[in-house]
Write a protein that binds this ligand. Structure first.
Ligand SMILES: [Zn+2]
Length: 250
């Protein structure tokens, strides 16, 4: 009797395990958005190939600020940015000059935002719908301008998960800000915030970032972060892909 029940119990256990795995897969708490600021060359040479290997999406926020126009060793070329787009990554707008939006006149900000849109158009890249505030400074005028230009998401600074139920998508907070002193434990804590409908938006600069060492992320450390996302079974997406998961308020 006992022996004949064993296969049935085993089958029930298997079904329960498969059901549990499916439930985890579809849980909204598994969403992580990866973002990379400042058009750093290592985004094209190191980050993108690694993300492709893992099947992760990401948003690269492009600015022509800093020494973008003269230093083509440390900053991406538009050819490389175009290749990121062609590889399926999102190209977001980080303004032409990387000036703090709160200090800009509305027409200056509009011109800087429009410039990146024009550069995208000239390179056959779709008009950006995601934005990143230079220096993480926001302003109400900037939010109004972005909304008017059709932007759906904009990332600021902070240190908390994005809660679509309460947070404005055009001043989205980050859950993690990659710095030289950041640890895998801190990254894990940020990932753990992605639950109950909240989304962990991660910020990185160069991996490595030679010209901006204060926002550098060591490549080996970055690999350990990505391994953690894989091990946790996170859905790792670009910012624009949030539209698929969120019942956005108008
Ligand atoms: Zn920046």
């Amino acid at each position: 009797m006992k022996a004949s029940l064993a296969p049935i119990i085993l089958l029930c256990l298997t079904i329960a395990l498969v059901w549990h795995a499916k439930a985890l897969e579809s849980a909204p708490g598994r969403l992580v958005v990866l973002t990379f600021d400042d058009s750093v060359a290592s985004h094209a040479t190191f980050v993108a190939p690694l993300l492709k290997k893992h099947g992760f999406g990401a948003t690269f926020f492009i600015t022509e600020g800093f020494e973008f126009s003269v230093d083509k060793v440390h900053y991406m070329t538009w050819e490389q940015i175009k290749a990121l787009d062609a590889a399926g990554f999102e190209i977001g707008n980080h303004t032409r000059k990387h000036a703090g939006v709160a200090k800009q006149k509305p027409e200056q900000l509009a011109a800087d935002v429009e410039y990146i849109e024009q550069q995208c158009a000239a390179n056959g890249i779709a008009r950006p719908t995601s934005f990143c505030y230079p220096g993480y400074q926001t302003s109400e005028a900037a939010v109004t301008l972005l909304r008017g230009r059709g932007y759906r998401f904009a990332r600021a600074g902070g240190a908390k998960a994005f809660d679509p139920a309460t947070d404005e998508p055009l001043t989205m907070p980050q859950a993690f800000d990659g710095k030289p002193e950041s640890t895998l434990e801190q990254f894990k804590a940020a990932v753990a915030q992605a639950r109950d409908g909240r989304i962990a938006v991660m910020t990185f600069h160069g991996v490595p970032d030679i010209k901006h060492p204060w926002v550098n992320t060591d490549p080996a450390k970055f690999e350990s972060y990505m391994e953690h996302l894989k091990a946790e079974g996170c859905q790792v997406i670009a910012m624009r892909d949030l539209a698929k998961y969120l019942p956005l308020k108008k």
